[in-house]
Write a protein that binds this ligand. Structure first.
Ligand code: SAM
Length: 280
């Protein structure tokens, strides 16, 4: 199954963990607590970035079809902002995992500060080898995390094992909407390489889900309401406070990636995927 034909590497989870140990504080200084793209319902929406990132969390949470007490796995939990939001909004019991120790520490501190440490807990674990028993979750959410995992088919098999029959999986991923033109190729390669990510072809998802034991439900291109505007906002934030960010986080990190380069690469896509674990 093709992961990303143009890149010669696959991400290594330990290296991804080290990347987030270094980048998370800078990420939340620019993007906000949630380390994912915003979702704006209309092109002229004036909703700020932080609210738009919550909107994407909520839109995905609603597709989990969960209620009070449901056991939810947040695969690649970041700083715990999405996981604590899910726990507070739905009353679910959330377990989040990340390969970054810094993120796990921040996520558990966030849960404690919000008074939901009994309903949202976070631990260091690798999605490639999930340390949970069979059928131990009612739903799994993976918000912009599978992009960093070296073998998507294997991750889906791991998720299928820990998800109960009938449980939902909702994830976002990067995909190639159309062949990336030469004008955008360097920016895309750099973006993927800097953040240890790959992208996929959308048509690979249905067969990959089926062979992992899922019923395929939804595949939606969410590029328009998410990508361009987030890159524009990030670019303005980094450009507008580069000196302060460099002082706080180091010039090397701040200069490593310029979101401006990605603004007009319309062939780079963002995908929402929903599937249900087979069986009753
Ligand atoms: C872009 S961040 C998104 C974080 C969070 N889902 C959010 O939306 O705020 C990617 C996350 O995936 C996690 N991740 C990447 N590879 C992983 C792996 N192999 N196992 C567990 N988590 C992983 C990272 O540690 C990080 O938390």
């Amino acid at each position: 199954m093709a992961q990303q034909p143009a890149l010669p590497f696959l991400p290594d989870p330990a290296e991804v963990g080290r990347l987030y140990d270094r980048y998370t504080d800078l990420g939340s200084a620019t993007l906000g607590e949630s380390l994912h793209f915003g979702y704006w319902d209309t092109p002229d929406s004036t909703v700020p970035l932080a609210e738009a990132t919550d909107r994407l969390t909520d839109l995905m949470t609603d597709r989990l079809a969960i209620g009070h007490g449901a056991r939810v796995l947040d695969l690649g939990c970041g700083t715990g902002a999405p996981g604590t939001r899910i726990a507070r909004r739905t009353g679910a019991q959330v377990t989040g995992i990340s390969v970054s120790g810094r993120q796990v520490e921040r996520a558990n501190a966030l849960a404690a500060s919000l008074g939901v440490a009994d309903r949202a807990r976070f631990e260091h674990a690798d999605a490639m080898d999930l340390p949970f028993a069979e059928a131990s979750f009612d739903a799994v959410i993976a918000l912009e995390s599978i992009i960093h995992m070296p073998d998507r088919a294997h991750v889906l098999e791991q998720v299928a094992r820990v998800l109960r029959p009938g449980g939902r999986l909702v994830l976002t991923d990067f995909f190639e909407r159309a062949p990336i033109p030469d004008s955008g190729r360097a920016a895309v390669d750099r973006y993927l390489r800097e953040f240890l990510m790959t992208m996929i072809q959308a048509e690979d998802y249905p067969p990959m889900l089926r062979s992992a034991g899922f019923r395929f439900e939804e595949l939606t291109d969410i590029s328009e309401p998410t990508l361009r505007r987030t890159f524009v906002e990030l670019s303005a934030r980094i450009g507008g406070s580069a000196d302060a960010l460099s002082e706080a986080h180091g010039a090397e990190l701040v200069e490593q990636f310029d979101p401006h380069d990605m603004i007009d690469v319309a062939e780079f896509g963002h995908l929402l995927v929903v599937a249900t674990r087979n069986g009753k």
